[in-house]
Design a protein around this ligand. Structure first.
Ligand code: MGD
Ligand code: MGD
Ligand code: MO
Length: 814
């Protein structure tokens, strides 16, 4: 069967019923004119354009990538691929890939050789270490490198240099997922499994547009919905996403009111005694505080705060309260908000009080976003210490020092790790003087871009950028290092349900581009980092030896990889922990109420949800001596920036199905770029009528920080709310007069959740003004997604013959 996977992003249905395996469907897309017989080799890999971990094989011919197909036997996707998986690989061969290092000479970036570029970085590092010490150096990495690369960077930054200023863009992404898990279970680690979709009778999605952001996971849900005994869906999202349209109950709260809503749902669950007393008594602390805290959140009060109907709050609570197998997922609608951790924790609380953990269909998925974000967290490249070790527990720090064969005092653990927003603040103030940015594009993805540009452009800040392309951020760098990427290097990574995949080198990188691992190791060698015995630090040389070292670091920790090898991974994804106890990997965490929460073992003692103040070790021991799950409550406080007379709209930002982030890959895949070529703004028909705006009109959207110009798409979004996709930077459409008026982050606010320190991309106040008419052109926004128009007669987004895939229900011959 062939489908236009731009027009039909989820492909055709393979219905199934609860408890049955999800049928196999192998999706494949090959370059025009290439047949399956023409493919010379298929190389194992997984998708790098979201966190779902779709397993695939890369098709190689004549030394180039010519397509991909899903892996039938893999636990994650049973062969399916999403549109970005099917088409995104084309970016690898883009003619504008960086092929040589660049250095700034007389204000301009010019090509140079590796020795010159690396020596500049080494010289500057040494000068700064001599002048100021380790705290002059900061590292801002990604959720898109491989495990081996993060572990290496973590050892270099924490062990060899000893700086506390290491974080990933995972701070913008799933810092709240990690923090919410640490608050409730005292450790990171995803409790649930994707197979929970196969068993659940209720699936609740909190601020998660899974249909567009993890299309294959949504395909699994769609196949359940199409089968016998389908699950009921609850969707909490102010936009009419495809999830909302399929939902049994859709709550569209005012942005920034999630915690009030969650408190209201918990109020109803407790009031109706839909709780599991025995489970709570045996496995958790803190229930009474929760019951007291939510007592005042009646459906009527919540309805008023959130702008939803009280009857809908009751219906939603009943769905959740009477589910027999409840699966919940949480993502950016909750995480990129002012009470992010507090709200996400209430989802955990719901599962704890209902005793729905560690059993088939009873999963919590505090989702990841980026493909390898889990590894940034595990390996300590997000500021935490490697192996989910507790920076406030001296024994854990000593373990690491032993593993790395260095003195304990070399590893910074005097204070919580510096979070990304604070790293940029230190750079602004001038105490961080070298910032090494790998695989992220902060000049488009951080909030309040005019500020970020001015920080990165400072003369006194030495900026290194390691990327595939000359991004907006690279343009501001002192040294640009050309990196190899997915398909051009080998490594492993872990998806949102703890499934580890290997991605092997299929083709050579262009020009002189090098794997990130090789770049980091080259730096370590040139800096001559040594351990206590005078041996090179880190001692490994290649991906597999780095992986073996990581396995030793993970041994005995929640994320135990000791049973995994490269060879085993070639057969398909394996979940961690994988060790003697779980030789094939553990499907779910926290079976039988066993947590990682004992005071000596736990990754974190937690924080105060309102202020973010870390809990002291003694306090934690008193609160939770037996290592149970921790129920934490919090009262709702309104967002800091709310709509006003000048800025009457609530502005939210996010994604569309066809693009990934700042589009460095998806804009270079013609099918994806054509589906959503330019920025737009979504507004409701009521607001459009009031402002005299019609579909396709050019409008100006502004906040107290900045403004953009976009075409208006009138949709079923909640009135009073504007949505702008954040994908559109400047590299591909230099704009002259309206320079810097396209990226959503021109308007967003420098502010973050106190517990997770995740920036707030989903509450800001904004104004909208009409600039010019549409001249017959609708907004350049897709039609099968949350941006579906309500105006009649708008042509559907299609991909045509270039966007066809093959969907095979038989497993292809290997
Ligand atoms: N196509 C595509 N897929 C991706 C990515 C991509 O760029 N493109 N990126 C990947 C990454 S890194 C991530 S982090 C994930 C993100 O995946 P998601 O979190 O699913 O995506 P977003 O669009 O950021 O936000 C989800 C929803 O939050 C809603 N929302 C906004 N404000 C609120 C609020 O106050 N309350 C509630 N309840 N909802 C609100 C928005 O309307 C939006 O539909 O996607 C991953 N997958
Ligand atoms: N307004 C608003 N802003 C947001 C969000 C939002 O919802 N709204 N979401 C936030 C979230 S969740 C995220 S995850 C961030 C994402 O923000 P970014 O991380 O800035 O986005 P990307 O475009 O994915 O940037 C990754 C960069 O790494 C490069 N790259 C890809 N592969 C490799 C590799 O193998 N090696 C190297 N060295 N480079 C590589 C790419 O070319 C690209 O330039 O944006 C955040 N910003
Ligand atoms: Mo993300």
């Amino acid at each position: 069967m062939r489908h236009d996977r731009i027009a039909e992003p989820w492909g055709h249905r393979t219905p199934y019923e609860p408890g049955k395996p999800w049928p196999v469907r192998v999706d494949m897309h090959l370059a025009d004119g290439v047949d399956e017989q023409d493919v010379e080799k298929w190389v194992p890999s997984a998708s790098i354009l979201h966190s779902n971990g779709d397993a695939m094989e890369i098709a190689v011919r004549d030394g180039g990538i010519v397509g991909v197909r899903g892996r039938a036997g893999d636990r994650v996707n049973h062969g399916r691929l999403g549109p970005k998986d099917l088409f995104g690989w084309q970016a690898n061969a883009s003619p504008d890939r960086l092929t040589k290092p660049l250095i700034r000479v007389g204000g301009r970036l010019v090509e140079t050789d590796w020795d010159t570029a690396m020596n500049r970085i080494v010289q500057r590092s040494k000068e700064l270490l001599a002048e100021q010490g380790p705290s002059a150096l900061g590292f801002y990495t990604s959720g898109q490198l491989f495990l081996e690369e993060y572990y290496t960077l973590g050892v270099i930054a924490h062990g060899a240099i000893g700086t506390n200023h290491v974080d990933g863009n995972t701070r913008l992404c799933t810092a709240t997922a990690a923090q919410a898990l640490k608050e409730s279970f005292a450790s990171d680690g995803q409790p649930g499994s994707y197979t929970d979709v196969d068993h659940a009778d209720v699936i609740a999605l909190f601020g998660h547009n899974v249909a567009e952001t993890q299309t294959v996971l949504w395909t699994r849900m769609l196949d359940r919905l199409a089968g016998a005994k389908p699950p009921a869906l609850l969707c909490v999202d102010p936009r009419p996403t495809p999830v909302a349209k399929a939902a049994t109950v859709h709550l569209a709260p005012l942005p920034g009111t999630n915690l009030a809503l969650m408190n209201g749902l918990l109020h109803e669950i407790i009031e109706h005694d839909w709780i599991d007393r025995d489970y709570i008594d045996a496995n958790a602390v803190g229930f009474d505080e929760l019951a007291a805290a939510v007592a005042e959140y009646t459906p009527e009060r919540v309805a008023e705060i959130c702008g939803v109907a009280a009857a809908d709050v009751r219906r939603a609570a009943e769905l959740l309260g009477t589910a027999r197998r409840l699966l919940s997922t949480v993502l950016q609608g909750f995480y990129q908000s002012h009470q992010a951790t507090a709200a996400a924790v209430q989802v955990n609380n719901m599962h704890i009080v209902r005793g729905m953990l560690g059993k088939p269909g009873c999963g919590i998925l505090q989702m990841n976003g980026q493909p390898t974000a889990e590894n940034t967290r595990e390996c300590g490249a997000d500021g935490d210490l490697a192996g989910f070790r507790n920076w406030a527990n001296d024994e854990h720090v000593a373990e690491l020092a032993k593993l790395w064969n260095i003195e304990t005092h070399r590893i910074p653990h005097y204070a919580p790790p510096t979070h990304a927003m604070q790293i940029f603040r230190y750079a602004e103030q001038g105490t961080i003087r070298m910032l090494w940015i790998s695989a992220t594009n902060p000049a488009v993805s951080l909030p309040q871009l005019s500020r970020i540009r001015s920080i990165l452009a400072q003369e006194r800040l030495f900026v290194v950028v390691q990327d595939l392309f000359r991004t907006e951020t690279a343009e501001l760098a002192d040294v640009v290092l050309p990196a190899a990427t997915w398909g051009e290097k080998t490594g492993t990574f872990t998806n949102a349900d703890r499934t580890v995949h290997i991605s092997e080198k299929a083709v050579d990188p262009p020009g002189e581009a090098r794997a990130d691992l090789d770049i980091f190791l080259d730096y370590a060698r040139r800096m001559d980092f040594r351990d206590k015995d005078g041996d090179p630090l880190p001692p490994w040389r290649d991906p597999e030896s780095a992986f073996e070292a990581w396995k030793r670091c993970s041994a005995g920790r929640p994320c135990d990889y000791t049973g995994i090898t490269y060879e085993r991974l070639r057969g398909g994804g394996i979940q961690w922990p994988c060790n003697d106890r779980y030789p094939d990997g553990a499907e779910r965490l926290y079976e039988n109420g066993e947590f990682f929460a004992s005071p000596r073992y736990c990754e974190s003692y937690g924080k105060d949800l309102i202020t973010g103040t870390p809990v002291e070790p003694t306090e934690y021991r008193a609160l939770n001596p037996d290592g149970k799950a921790i129920i934490k409550a919090a009262r709702f406080v309104p967002p800091h920036e709310q709509p006003s007379a000048d800025y009457p709209f609530a502005l939210i930002t996010g994604r569309t199905l066809y693009h990934f982030h700042t589009r460095t890959k998806t804009a270079r895949a013609p099918q994806l770029q054509a589906a959503a070529p330019q920025v737009w703004v979504e507004l409701s028909s009521r607001d459009a009528a009031e402002l005299g705006v019609a579909e396709g009109d050019m409008v100006r959207i502004s906040s107290p920080r900045g403004a953009i110009r976009a075409r208006a798409r009138i949709t079923g979004i909640r009135a009073g709310v504007l949505f702008v996709p954040f994908h559109y930077g400047y590299w591909d459409q230099p704009d002259g007069e309206h320079e810097h008026q396209r990226a959503a982050n021109e308007m967003t606010v420098t502010d973050w959740d106190p517990a997770s320190k995740q920036p707030i991309f989903k509450t800001a106040a904004a104004r909208l003004e009409r600039l010019a008419g549409a001249h017959g052109h609708p907004a350049p926004a897709p039609t099968a997604t949350a941006s579906a128009p309500t105006t009649p007669g708008i042509a559907a987004t299609v991909g045509g013959s270039a966007a066809l895939d093959d969907e095979l229900l038989e497993v292809p011959n290997r």
